[in-house]
Design a protein around this ligand. Structure first.
Ligand code: EPU
Length: 440
């Protein structure tokens, strides 16, 4: 089983280039099948979640062609979208974003039958708001046996939809279906994340008529059909934030390239509160930290608030500050599973309800750790890079879902990290021997 072996203690220094946004890519790749013409998408992150979704799309009859590692041509003409098409394979159940195929297929064919989504275990993650949205547009939706969602409509009609909870997935899914509905749809209390805007921009490039994405009211005027397009995905806000937290935790100096600094404001401002220096340029951010840093308070909120997807990484950095920090999770119920692992490294964290109270320490110590989900895995990597001694982190398949070449990017910044599936290699790494020459 593959795991990371990390020797902590090096301050990370240098440049890192951020990949395309995973969560925007997942919406965009699903949307790409809504036209029968070819769509070319650039800056697709080469991570397991996007590759899994592309395999699922291919399995239902679309053509998927990698032009290069980050550029994919997709043509949805071969999909037999009539009743009977069931999207259920080993791929689709693995990922959360499989639910976008419901909106995309329902919009295009007025029929979708898709296995219920998987994804990281970070809470209950219901899809009632997606279903309510499709029903309001005129679809009949059944949760069929075997954990599948079947949605069908004779026609989809634009409607007024109010989301009780701000939901990224429901906002995108309803936008997808409404794009090919008849008439005007209004989504109120919509999510405002950068990837909502990116998916809307992509749909508009294909001929959709969507206004207001990025505000809490999105207006979609349905169109009869969509056409081919070329599009480049925005940089990943969370990957960038993860490297920012890593630079701070290791007291390093990192230039994070290919970012949209505006998307990073909630994260940057917390790092500045802690005493780090954050310098914004047009499309990059430099993050520097040295010496003692201060504790702070973080509460996750929908965008433009502090992202839940950065909660764990921030908590890891806060373990190495002066004072007591409070980290409150308000989006998902089960996003503190990394706490017990950080505790094994010597961190002092007390969980009370949905708040972690972190008493800062001068140092953490390397330990054998297990990642419980994607962002928890990233947080453990940050803690291990900042700790004294060697750590090993198991279940890195979670991390590979969402971070492209994570280990290689960290090595290029001077972090001592390898991937190994051999116990003897791990033991040799612990003894300080250079066991493998993994490329920077
Ligand atoms: N919710 C409902 N009903 C619904 C949908 C959501 O009650 O029908 C609730 C959820 O339980 C949660 C809140 O609404 O409490 C927000 O959930 P949201 O729908 O926004 O989350 P998601 O669409 O399931 C996406 C990302 C997550 C990210 C969240 C929040 C994808 C594929 N996933 O999930 O990404 O944490 O938005 O920003 O886009 C990750 O990348 O590590 C990750 C987990």
């Amino acid at each position: 089983m593959e795991r990371y072996a990390i020797r902590g203690g090096n301050a990370l220094e240098g440049d890192v280039v951020i990949s395309g946004a995973k969560n925007a890519a997942l919406g965009i790749l699903a949307a790409a099948i809504m036209t029968d013409e070819e769509v070319v998408i650039e800056n697709v992150p080469f991570v397991n979640d996007t590759r899994t979704l592309l395999k699922a799309i291919e399995n239902i009859g679309a053509t998927v062609r990698y032009i290069d590692r980050h550029k994919v041509a997709i043509c949805g003409a071969g999909i037999k979208g009539d009743e009977g098409l069931a999207v259920d394979d080993e791929y689709i159940r693995k990922i959360r974003a499989s639910y976008y195929l419901i909106g995309a297929l329902l919009g295009k064919y007025k029929y979708a039958n898709v296995a219920l989504p998987g994804g990281c275990d970070i809470g209950a993650r219901p899809i009632d708001l997606h279903i309510k949205g499709f029903e309001t547009l005129g679809a009949e939706v059944d949760i069929a046996s075997g954990g599948r969602v079947e949605a069908k409509a004779t026609e989809l009609k634009g409607a007024h939809i109010y989301l009780d909870t701000v939901s990224v997935g429901a906002t995108i899914n309803i936008m997808l279906a409404a794009t090919l509905a008849e008439g005007k749809t209004t989504i109120e209390n919509a999510a405002k994340e950068p990837h909502i805007v990116d998916v809307a921009n992509f749909l508009n490039t294909m001929g959709a008529n969507i206004k207001g994405a990025g505000t809490d009211v999105i207006r979609v005027r349905g169109v009869a059909r969509l056409h081919g397009a070329e599009y480049s995905i925005i940089p990943d806000q969370i990957e960038a934030g993860t490297f920012m937290a890593m630079a701070v935790a290791t007291r390093g100096n990192v230039l994070i390239r290919n970012v949209i600094p505006k998307h990073m404001e909630a994260i940057s401002s917390k790092l500045v509160d802690m005493g780090a220096r954050v310098i914004e340029y047009d499309d990059c951010i430099r993050v520097m930290a040295d010496g003692a840093l201060r504790a702070t308070q973080v509460k996750t909120l929908p965008y433009p608030g502090f992202p839940t997807d950065m909660q764990a990484q921030m908590a890891a950095a806060l373990c190495l500050t002066d004072g007591i920090s409070m980290v409150t999770e308000s989006i998902f119920e089960n996003r503190f599973r990394y706490v017990s692992e950080l505790t094994r490294m010597g961190a002092r964290i007390q969980l009370k309800g949905n708040t972690a109270f972190i008493t800062g320490m001068p140092k953490l110590t390397g330990a054998s750790l297990v990642a419980s989900d994607l962002r928890a895995g990233a947080a453990l990597v940050i803690a291990a890079l900042a700790a004294e001694g060697v750590s090993s982190i198991e279940s890195i398949n979670y991390v590979k879902r969402g971070y492209e070449d994570f280990d290689a990017k960290i090595r290029a910044l001077g972090g001592d990290i390898i991937i190994t599936d051999s116990d003897s290699e791990l033991e040799a790494f612990k003894r300080g021997m250079s066991v493998v020459k993994q490329k920077a």
